[in-house]
Design a protein around this ligand. Structure first.
Ligand code: GRF
Length: 198
């Protein structure tokens, strides 16, 4: 059984999708061992409490913006929970480089667009969908990729597309893509978990 940590800053709907997938047997061989959030008020933390999933609130502010101390704490928390695999499900902070190093090939991120387009610094939340609409794209979607350090870079594991309509607002497009994310994120976790177990 692989120990999975989900990092999330926001609502936590992708976290819920992972949880449901494990419960329903869509995602196997993986245990949801830890939820980590930089935001103590996040939906992800509320969800973890509700479902009795171990969780931790960890932010740079807590350690007086000391990046080294933050990195050490994160590494300690991860090894303390025997984490094998990390999923960034709406985690809005950059990961400390030692964490990326230690878990290379074992960190996944979900991005609400078809990478490599519409990725990179500043491309988060509604900014992504605004950019897709401004570029008059007919197709968008979601991507799950390995994290290699730079924002939204690394091998793409899975993508799924959807149509973009002229009448779409960023919010409407975000909702359409959110349901795609909930489908492909557990599938991508399964692919990487199977590879680790091989
Ligand atoms: C998702 O759209 C994800 O692609 C992005 O942040 C959002 C998180 O949503 N990185 P939620 O917190 O899982 O509901």
């Amino acid at each position: 059984m692989l120990h999975l940590a989900v990092f999330a800053s926001g609502q936590g709907t992708n976290l819920a999708a992972i949880y449901d997938s494990i419960l329903s047997g869509k995602l196997t061989g993986v245990e949801l061992s830890l939820v980590l959030s930089n935001n103590s008020q996040s939906g992800a933390i509320v969800f973890a409490k509700e479902k009795s999933i171990p969780f931790i609130h960890l932010s740079l502010l807590q350690v007086g913006n000391d990046e080294k101390e933050f990195e050490e704490r994160m590494l300690k928390v991860l090894s303390g929970a025997n984490i094998d695999l990390i999923v960034l499900a709406g985690y809005m902070k950059k990961l400390p480089s030692e964490v990326v190093e230690k878990y290379r090939g074992k960190i996944l991120n979900i991005h609400p667009a078809l990478l490599p387009e519409f990725g990179g610094e500043g491309m988060y939340g509604l900014n992504v969908h605004k950019a897709v609409l401004a570029a008059k794209k007919k197709i968008s979607g979601a991507s799950v990729h390995l994290v290699e350090g730079e924002y939204d870079s690394g091998e793409i594991i899975l993508q799924e597309t959807c149509s973009v309509y002229e009448t779409d607002t960023p919010e409407i497009l975000a909702e359409r893509i959110r349901s795609i994310e909930h489908n492909i994120l557990p599938l991508a976790i399964q692919i990487v978990a199977d590879k680790i177990n091989d």
